[in-house]
Design a protein around this ligand. Structure first.
Ligand SMILES: [Zn+2]
Length: 308
């Protein structure tokens, strides 16, 4: 009888050994945005199961979380957010999750903005009711592709803390991703090099990081302040600037009406180009690298047509 038990035990142990790599359950990560989700996937590969909350084609400042988003968080092992005023709604959700580790200050709560050299920092305190006004610094930092180095760095560290056995895999995935990114950045810089310093108008102040990286010059915005629609006097000012500076292109946001960009275009002859600020907002940008492929191509093509 003892012999039989030994055999059963040995089979069970073998079964366990054989099973463990296959049965390893991916870490459940919830991010606020699709851009962060794409970068978590780049680092975590098949060892993570990532979902994001904000809808990529929607204006982030009008986003309202749903009840199902709280359910997603209940089973999350790590949460990753943009921070600043971009996803203020997230802290309410993480509180609802009932898991202190996933809440601000918790060990499984990553606010990526803490590792980014921010632009446009002003000393304004923010509350959820303040909306998307860029008070504490411009939050659109993922739109500088070089910032992906710091973003993936904090993500890899957080994943390795939860799953130390996979830390080498996370770092290897990250380095492979960054090597591809570096080549891509050089390619994007070549594509945009002829347009350095050309004056541009943008709808929302989404692109200061992109502009700095590629030496683009965004001189004004259709929104006089982030989230505020333009007044007639602001439009008059824009038209004057566009004529004085010979602005060839107006950058439109995917989720805004094109009424004002069209009006500016009709009055000045400038082209309107729609850039995409988040992964997944259109089928052509399924991941972080394709987001820049798309935007750089769109911008270079529009600027090329205007023969600046
Ligand atoms: Zn913004």
């Amino acid at each position: 009888m003892m012999g039989l038990w030994r055999v059963v035990l040995a089979v069970l142990l073998l079964w366990n050994c054989w099973q463990s790599p296959v049965a390893a359950v991916p870490l459940k990560v919830v991010t606020t945005t699709s851009d962060l989700a794409s970068l978590v996937t780049a680092v975590g590969g098949d060892r993570v199961n990532v979902s994001s909350i904000a809808l990529p084609a929607q204006d982030p400042h009008t986003f309202e979380p749903r009840l199902t988003d709280v359910q997603q968080l209940r089973s999350a092992q790590l949460v990753v957010k943009i921070g600043l005023d971009h996803d203020l709604w997230f802290d309410v959700l993480t509180q609802e999750s009932g898991n202190p580790a996933l809440q601000r200050g918790g060990e499984r709560y990553v606010d990526v903005s803490t590792v980014i050299p921010l632009l446009e920092v002003r000393s304004v305190s923010l509350a959820p009711s303040d909306g998307h006004n860029h008070g504490a610094g411009n939050p659109h930092y993922w739109l500088d592709p070089v910032n992906a180095d710091a973003i993936t760095g904090i993500i890899a560290a957080a994943l390795a803390q939860i799953d130390p056995d996979s830390s080498k895999t996370y770092e290897a995935n990250r380095l492979a991703f960054l090597a591809t990114l570096e080549q891509k950045v050089a390619e994007w810089q070549r594509q945009l090099a002829p347009y350095q310093g050309v004056p541009l108008i943008a709808y929302h102040n989404s692109y200061p990081y992109l502009a700095r990286r590629f030496r683009l010059r965004i001189i004004d915005f259709i929104e006089p302040r982030p989230g505020i629609p333009p007044s007639p006097s602001h439009l008059t000012k824009l038209l004057r600037e566009m004529k004085d500076e010979h602005v060839p292109v107006v950058i439109q946001e995917l989720y805004e009406s094109d009424r004002v960009p069209r009006l500016l275009s009709n009055r000045t002859g400038a082209e309107v180009v729609t850039l995409v600020s988040s992964v997944g907002a259109i089928p052509e940008v399924p991941d972080y690298l394709s987001l820049f492929d798309y935007n750089v191509h769109a911008l270079a093509t529009a600027l090329g047509r205007t023969k600046v």
